[in-house]
Ligand binder design. Structure first.
Ligand code: URA
Length: 244
């Protein structure tokens, strides 16, 4: 990974556009393709008027580039207070993508999504529909912890959105679970309450999306666990219907 990342850094420094196919072919099926051979760069600096050479990235390179961009991100002020970014984790070949709101304290410390108490409950919720964490991919709308776990600001979510869109484009899941009100409202660009968003099939980037309760909410409101169970069953049924 270090080698690939270094290569990508070199290419970017040389003014060569690296671009990511919308339908990347898994690496094991196809070697990296040079879409348009990059001519030798005549000068260290390319002016914006000159055509920029471009190179297609393999799927693994696209992940590496994205991960290194996130790790270095300074697009919003959350970079000042974070311990580290929380990129996302899990199975990149999965059909299930789980999207939460933002890292909390434990996630910020460990660099992994959903590893605190809410994470333990999320793991149980997934298990309840037969999914192990290693079978799904989990990411958040924000890659950095908002101080004091406050709600993400719209401009923070907007700054981070490209990263999530690129994760979605690389994974191409069959179904998305939006975890909690904030994730659902942000992803669906709506201010409808959770009660109106649950139990319906929405779409995000053409992918079916189902809204479930946030485990942190369920830890505070145990009676709603029954409704959470219904949400999970609905998500599972939606997935089965998609698969036919
Ligand atoms: N809550 C979230 O929404 N995401 C996490 O990663 C942890 C808690």
């Amino acid at each position: 990974m270090a080698d690939r990342t270094t290569r990508l850094d070199y290419l970017k420094a040389m003014g060569i556009d690296v671009w990511i196919s919308r339908n990347p072919v898994p690496d094991e099926e196809k070697p990296p393709v040079i879409e348009q051979p990059a001519p030798p760069v005549p000068n260290a600096v390319l002016t914006s008027a000159e055509p920029r050479p471009s190179i297609a990235l393999s799927e693994a390179e696209s992940w590496d580039l994205l991960q290194s961009e996130v790790a270095q991100c300074r697009k919003c002020s959350l970079c000042e207070s974070r311990t580290q970014t929380v990129f996302g984790s899990g199975n990149r070949q999965t059909e299930w993508m789980i999207i939460g709101e933002a890292p909390g304290q434990q996630e910020d410390l460990q660099g992994q999504p959903f590893v605190g108490n809410a994470g333990a409950l999320l793991t149980e919720m997934l298990r309840a529909i037969g999914l192990g964490r290693e079978e799904v991919y989990i990411a958040n709308i924000l890659k950095c912890r908002p101080p004091g776990n406050r709600d993400p600001k719209p401009e923070e979510a907007a700054s981070c959105r490209d990263y999530l869109n690129r994760q979605l484009a690389l994974i191409r899941p069959k179904i998305i679970l939006a975890v909690g009100r904030i994730a659902a409202q942000t992803l669906l660009a709506t201010d409808e309450p959770l009660a109106r968003l649950r139990g319906k099939i929405h779409t995000l980037n053409g992918i079916p999306l189902v809204v479930v309760y946030h485990p942190a909410y369920l830890l505070r409101n145990l009676p709603d666990k029954k409704k959470a169970w219904a949400d999970l069953q609905f998500a599972l049924q939606t997935y089965r219907d998609i698969k036919g």
